[in-house]
Design a protein. Structure first.
Length: 331
């Protein structure tokens, strides 16, 4: 096993030993705690086994409520805005950030919930963060529109992603980080790249050749953790050890069934709560549900399951079930 990082970026002071981001003998990135590469047999097992919620999923017409307002774009207030799936607009310490922008349908999957604003109005962005290369997080059409309207934006992502992002955006302002590295940003904010339990693939023969990960954003006295796509693991607890005051934990809750297959790369609502509790997050914000039907559960399942967990008192912090397009003021 080899361990790599970007020598142009700073590492982080950690309360444990860290050699760098692991890479196997074939040059593929490896989850540091749960090494795993999906096999075609696993995929076939999922696709050919019976889905006990098939009829329920087909009949489910639920989707998150959408607020069609662009007011947050013209404000100077720090905020978090869920734009559907894993896309977020964040203003922190006056710095404008967009995460995992996907405005349209993606290959094989139509949006069940519309994008809440005209994406052409997303201008003046300082940073665009891309957690990994999957199509529901790294969309060609969306990134090209953003590049046209935001030539000044800096793109922050994982190792070996520079070629893809430069090709999609035409920008040379791309920084790639290994896990537990800090990006070069303006002084008002700090942005870090942390591990996630996931994988990458965009074409043929490129499994795990580009790095995936989570982000921590700090500014204005606040800390935001964006979990990206991730299965459950000790990296959530580690994040809480590194950042003892996490104000907002943004965690996925959807695309989790069947769990024998999906748990390698997506957390269930229960494990998302567990993750937020592990890091002692003050506020939990769920994402990655209600937009694309990527797995076996009905679209409403993650939302209803999370509501049930909240009623049981499982969420130790405050749960914010945002509407798509809703502005959560940071305070």
């Amino acid at each position: 096993m080899e361990y790599v990082s970007n020598p142009a970026l700073s590492g982080m002071q950690l309360p444990f030993d860290w050699k760098g981001t692991p890479v196997d003998k074939k040059g593929r990135f490896v989850n540091h705690e749960f090494p795993h590469i999906y096999s075609f047999l696993e995929f076939l097992k999922w696709r050919f086994q019976r889905n006990p919620q098939k009829a329920e999923k087909k009949a489910d017409t639920w989707h998150p409520e959408v607020l069609y307002t662009e007011d947050f774009l013209y404000s100077d207030k720090d905020c978090i805005v869920w734009l559907g799936h894993a896309s977020f607009f964040i203003r922190l310490a006056g710095v404008s950030i967009l995460i995992d922008p996907v405005f349209y349908d993606i290959l094989l999957f139509k949006r069940r919930t519309p994008f809440p604003i005209d994406p052409a109005k997303l201008k003046g962005l300082d940073y665009i963060l891309v957690s990994h290369n999957h199509l529901d997080h790294c969309d060609k059409r969306s990134l090209r529109l953003l590049a046209e309207n935001n030539p000044q934006a800096v793109y922050l992502t994982g190792l070996k992603m520079e070629g893809l992002l430069e090709r999609l955006t035409g920008s040379k302002q791309v920084q790639t980080a290994g896990w537990y590295q800090q990006y070069r940003t303006e002084a008002r904010i700090k942005i870090f790249f942390l591990p996630a339990r996931h994988w990458s693939k965009r074409g043929f023969g490129d499994v795990n050749t580009q790095l995936w990960g989570a982000f921590v954003i700090q500014g204005g006295g606040r800390t935001i953790y964006f979990a990206a796509d991730s299965g459950y693991g000790s990296h959530f607890r580690d994040a809480g050890r590194i950042f003892p005051l996490i104000d907002y934990c943004i965690a996925g809750i959807g695309a989790y069934k069947p769990e024998f297959f999906m748990s390698q790369s997506h957390i269930s609502p229960r494990d998302a709560v567990r993750a937020a509790n592990d890091m002692h997050a003050r506020v939990m914000i769920p994402m990655h549900y209600g937009t694309f039907a990527l797995s076996d559960e009905p679209l409403s399942d993650p939302f209803k399951t999370l509501q049930g967990l909240e009623k049981q008192g499982a969420v130790q912090g405050r749960l914010e079930l945002l509407k798509v397009g809703e502005e959560l003021r940071i305070g």
